[in-house]
Design a protein. Structure first.
Length: 640
């Protein structure tokens, strides 16, 4: 099954409209049209906040607040919120209709939209700080690109023959860097730092301060003229390089695919002329918005390339490199027809293959769940909003360290993975990477993550993360898992640490609230894992692992799941007892706990593999919704 194409089409069109409107809001100086978030002076719309807006405008007629600017800003928020709901619907449909491997992209898209909402909030609360504005712009482009990828991935065709893959990829990377530079120019209002062409301020290379221009910590308006000149100059240089690369690629494409060459030249030429028009005409609003919008086709080109590569990767054998039959690869297109393409025209090569293998070693879905709970700890640690840069660095550090631990786990369990159906397709058992490469990969990721946490966050977070890494990769994997059926109960402490890491990252300490979050995840882990172990018990028995269903049988495990679910429901109420949450969390936790208990009781009364799978899937959703309710309650503050 596939996702509804009309839904994807409408969502992609709406994403383009949101990107376009966001550029218009920013360039018309309406980014602070409503100086609070998510409402406007605490109201649902500028209409209801009319008196406050009128008062602010009267006090400062040249300021950022006026009725017209408020409506522009709120219209952007309304459309972005609608897009978020559509993407939530896409993620839900993907979860219900698609196989696990094809749910990853919709899940990442949903996570990106949530992060985009946070960036939108920080854009306002941080007073249009350039780093946040640029990240918000890039996030919008990435959202559009991922929606286009979803739209195209079931209809991807082969790349035109004769495409020089290295040149195409190099140009694509250059285009993405140029889009990021354009966002930095826009966020710092550096478009007119050089008001003439082809020179800049009458010189071919005027005075420029690149170190200050690309410092991420400065506020809006905090750069010197030399720093703004540096930003503008680098964007100009990027434009010339991109145009030269497009001409070179079009010349190689023209003999075999003239329409593709023409389209590339038209997109690049239009963008170049719009950029020239911005300088010569003094940044007129329509031209500036069109130049921002012109980056969207570049995102769609990227999406088309990724879609084609994904189809090829799905079609190719996954045992060794090079794949058997590499000279001729078949993959289905629309209907029942099949298309044969030469291997030389594919986007797949050895580097693609190995990148996919290393990504699987990092267990991205597990990492995403762990980083999510760490982020919740960061938000709950402070009464207001966390510092954006510390938040991003801490999240990245935890993600890298967790990915390193996941790769280390794959290395330690490669022989066990080879005999289990659930894991035998992992890179190490099938020979995609070697143990030595995996060890270096795990060490590199863990080292980078711990280094970021130690030097850019605080030493406590780094040490706690290091102990967590050791507890999971060594104590649990190498000692507890093969030694005792209580492995997940004891070793679950490592998996419960991420909220504590997030809390420590923001505060430099560990409060009792962080320990409550730890306790919730710790109590959740046994019923979550034992549901999986039940319908995989034969595989665990073949692997020689003493999981509870193997050593104590089905009935004992079902009773344990029921009892631990009861413990979990009790623990989940503790945030209410200590005043950490209010009515919103109470309502959510009662519904979530009631359903989880009912599911555990049904499983105990009448076991089936299908019901165990359902309990396992629900446990993941349960934890995500529980922490999301804590976060929502934290910001809306409705005490009991």
């Amino acid at each position: 099954m596939t996702l509804p194409r009309p839904l994807l089409l409408f969502s992609t069109g709406l994403a383009f409209a949101v990107v376009l409107l966001g550029a218009y809001v920013r360039l018309s100086d309406a980014g602070l049209g409503c100086p609070d978030w998510p409402g406007c002076y605490g109201q649902i719309s500028p209409w209801h906040a009319g008196e406050q807006i009128a008062g602010a405008h009267s006090a400062d007629p040249s300021g950022p607040v006026s009725p017209a600017k408020a409506w522009k800003e709120m219209l952007h928020r309304y459309l972005a919120g609608s897009l978020g709901l559509l993407i939530l619907a896409i993620a839900i449909l993907a979860w219900r209709r698609l196989p696990p491997a094809r749910r990853v992209l919709p899940g990442l898209l949903l996570a990106l939209v949530v992060f985009q909402a946070l960036l939108g909030m920080w854009t306002v609360t941080q007073q249009l700080k350039p780093m946040i504005v640029a990240a918000h712009l890039l996030g919008g482009m990435a959202t559009l690109a991922m929606l286009a990828w979803l739209l195209l991935r079931d209809r991807a065709a082969a790349l035109p023959t004769g495409v020089p893959i290295l040149l195409a990829r190099g140009l694509l990377l250059l285009v993405l860097l140029q889009i990021a530079l354009g966002g930095w120019v826009s966020a710092n209002y550096a478009a007119l730092a050089c008001p003439d062409l082809p020179t800049c301020q009458g010189a071919w290379w005027p005075r420029a301060d690149f170190a200050a221009g690309f410092s991420l910590q400065h506020p809006l308006g905090g750069l010197s003229a030399e720093a703004l000149t540096a930003i503008h100059l680098l964007h100009r240089l990027g434009a010339v390089l991109v145009l030269a690369g497009v001409f070179l690629l079009a010349a190689r494409l023209a003999p075999t695919s003239a329409p593709a060459a023409t389209a590339l030249l038209a997109i690049a030429g239009s963008q170049f002329l719009l950029g020239v028009g911005n300088v010569l005409l003094g940044l007129p609003l329509p031209v500036a918005v069109a130049h921002n919008a012109g980056a969207a086709p570049c995102c769609c080109v990227w999406s088309g390339s990724m879609s084609a590569s994904q189809v090829v990767c799905r079609a190719a054998p996954r045992t060794t490199w090079p794949p058997r039959g590499a000279a001729r690869v078949f993959f289905p297109s629309q209907g029942t027809a099949k298309r044969e393409i030469a291997m030389s025209s594919l986007a797949l090569n050895k580097s693609d293959w190995r990148l996919r293998e290393f990504l699987e070693l990092a267990k991205p879905r597990v990492v995403a769940m762990i980083v999510f709970t760490a982020m919740i700890g960061m938000f709950l640690a402070a009464p207001g909003l966390p510092d954006p840069l510390r938040f991003l660095v801490a999240s990245l550090g935890v993600a890298l360290a967790t990915a390193g631990a996941a790769a280390c786990n794959c290395l330690a369990e490669r022989r066990i993975d080879a005999v289990m159906a659930r894991t035998r397709a992992r890179p190490l058992p099938r020979g995609g990477v070697s143990p030595r490469e995996t060890a270096w990969f795990a060490a590199t990721l863990a080292g980078l993550g711990l280094g970021l946490l130690y030097w850019l966050v605080n030493p406590l977070t780094a040490w706690l993360t290091a102990f967590t890494f050791f507890g999971y990769a060594v104590v649990y994997t190498r000692w507890l898992k093969p030694a005792t059926p209580q492995n997940i109960v004891i070793g679950g402490a490592s998996g419960a640490m991420p909220p504590v890491l997030g809390w420590a990252a923001m505060t430099g300490g560990v409060g009792h609230e962080a320990l409550l979050l730890f306790l919730i995840v710790y109590a959740w882990t046994p019923p979550h894992f034992w549901a999986l172990a039940l319908y995989r018990r034969e595989e665990y028995a073949r692997a020689g692992l003493p999981m509870l269903p193997v050593t104590h049988g089905e009935r004992y495990t079902l009773l344990s799941i029921l009892l631990y679910t009861g413990i979990l429901t009790s623990v989940s109420l503790l945030p209410l007892a200590v005043g950490m949450s209010g009515w919103i969390y109470l309502a959510a936790v009662l519904v979530l706990d009631a359903y989880y208990l009912q599911l555990a009781w049904r499983l105990f009364r009448g076991y089936s593999d299908a019901l165990a799978r359902r309990a396992f899937s629900w446990s993941i959703l349960y934890l995500g919704l529980l922490f999301a309710a804590l976060l929502l309650d934290h910001f809306l503050s409705l005490p009991i």
